[in-house]
Design a binder for this molecule. Structure first.
Ligand code: SF4
Length: 438
């Protein structure tokens, strides 16, 4: 097992970090001719050692949470910069599902970029993307334009919606020296061609990663990576189970930070932090509140701010199930016998995960009812990103199932830089009262 060795694989080439970015077209859209370069506005974030010891060695749960909060707000991507300082290459993956294990097996640091969050002001991306698009698309482009994504050597966008598909095209023009890739994901889960199709897609990605990393793909390395990622998924599952049974010991606003931290760290560094957190969270002596158990549905791609999640809980909810950080919940475990690419493809196809960017064999209305019952939820909170079509379309179908079974729900929309917390608090408190006293 490679649980302690977290240095980049030898032979990895350091990324070529341009001192200036090529400009985006001055008239909106990616189809124009590049104009004058924009200034690079890379923020000066914290510097970490190449072995990430500042994070890896954290012992105390409160300390881990504090560092996680700081890390996910640091738009200079300190872990990717540290990885580059150690001679490695990093890949920026857009949510929701991407095969991090493949990058890991090639000695690269896989990072999920969840947009810019509440701190990034959009000053350039608005010129390239319509005002009716989700925040994550604009903030991700803003990060690219302003140089924040420079520590990465490759950018991968899964084809989950038209927005993510077009972002890949824009990045491809914006960063001509880097590898960009659009990962096609199957939607037909019954055809015999589905799994070979996805394996071929993985192989297309591997060919690009081999060039960027300077390492050759080896099935045995990928199997080792899968094993490690399985262990991490198991640790997250145990944390989620604690949250489901005793949410006062580990509220979702904290579980979220622990999971999100892993989007920026190699699993070798993340896994021990999760295990320490689980041990300490179990021992917490906190008083159970009189709160409503809810399932949060909708934020599978763009994520609400940690403050927003904390507000949901402060306003009287225990979030006992959610669609946050979906990558960590995609499949409980990937089998290790046989061809690892086929195992990954099969796990992707056969997972019971039912979210807005994935077709499922059972009707959406039945699915939401089953999911609410599985976590013993008293209600459903639809927390959808503004202008996220895949999430918004499903709300209509989900509501039919909930209405039929008389399960209460509340629908709220959010944006990355949303500050209308007081209004949201009022809505949630009213919802909680209606569930408690009806
Ligand atoms: S938030 Fe929704 S619309 Fe925006 S990129 Fe993600 S899935 Fe697509």
């Amino acid at each position: 097992m490679r649980l302690v060795q977290i240095q980049p694989r030898s032979g990895s080439r350091p990324p070529e970090v341009p001192s200036k970015l090529p400009g985006i077209p001055s008239s909106a859209g990616a189809g124009g001719t590049p104009s004058e370069p924009l200034p690079v506005l890379l923020p000066s974030g914290q510097a970490l050692s190449p072995d990430l010891r500042e994070l890896r060695d954290l012992k105390n749960l409160e300390e881990i949470l504090k560092n996680a909060r700081e890390l996910i707000r640091d738009l200079s991507f300190p872990t990717a910069r540290a990885w580059a300082a150690g001679g490695g290459t990093s890949v920026a993956f857009f949510p929701v599902y991407t095969p991090h294990e493949i990058a890991h097996s090639l000695g690269m640091l896989p990072v999920t970029v969840h947009g810019g969050g509440e701190d990034l002001e959009i000053t350039h991306a608005d010129a390239a993307l319509g005002s009716f698009l989700c925040s994550i698309s604009k903030s991700t482009l803003e990060l690219a334009i302003t140089g924040c994504l420079d520590p990465f050597s490759a950018y991968v966008f899964p084809y989950i919606c038209d927005v993510s598909r077009n972002l890949e095209g824009i990045l491809c023009r914006l960063k001509p020296g880097s590898a960009t890739h659009m990962l096609h994901l199957p939607q037909n889960f019954t055809s015999p061609a589905t799994i070979p199709f996805l394996v071929t897609e993985y192989r297309r990605l591997i060919a690009k990663f081999e060039k960027v990393s300077g390492n050759r793909y080896q099935a045995s390395e990928l199997t080792q990576s899968l094993k490690l990622y399985n262990e991490r998924r198991r640790a997250i599952e145990e944390l989620s189970e604690l949250r489901r049974k005793e949410p006062w010991k580990l509220p979702t606003s904290e579980l979220y930070l622990l999971e999100r931290m892993g989007d920026l760290l190699p699993p070798e560094a993340h896994l021990p932090l999760l295990r320490r957190s689980l041990e300490q969270a179990r021992e917490r002596s906190r008083t159970k509140r009189d709160a409503v158990r809810v399932l949060v549905v909708g934020p599978f791609c763009e994520q609400p701010t940690p403050d927003m999640l904390a507000l949901v809980e402060e306003a009287g909810c225990y979030v006992v199930g959610d669609e946050l950080n979906m990558l960590h919940h995609w499949t409980p475990t990937v089998p290790l016998d046989g061809d690892p690419l086929e195992n990954m493809a099969r796990s992707y196809v056969q997972t019971p995960v039912d979210i807005g960017v994935r077709a499922t064999p059972i009707p959406k209305g039945d699915s939401i009812v089953a999911r609410a019952r599985a976590v013993d939820a008293q209600g459903v909170l639809f927390l959808t990103a503004k202008f996220c079509e895949p999430a918004l379309e499903d709300v209509v179908l989900y509501r039919r199932g909930l209405d039929r079974e008389k399960i209460p729900y509340l629908h709220m929309e959010f944006e990355e830089r949303s500050t209308a917390y007081e209004q949201s608090r009022l809505q949630i408190e009213t919802f909680v009262e209606s569930v408690l006293f009806d």
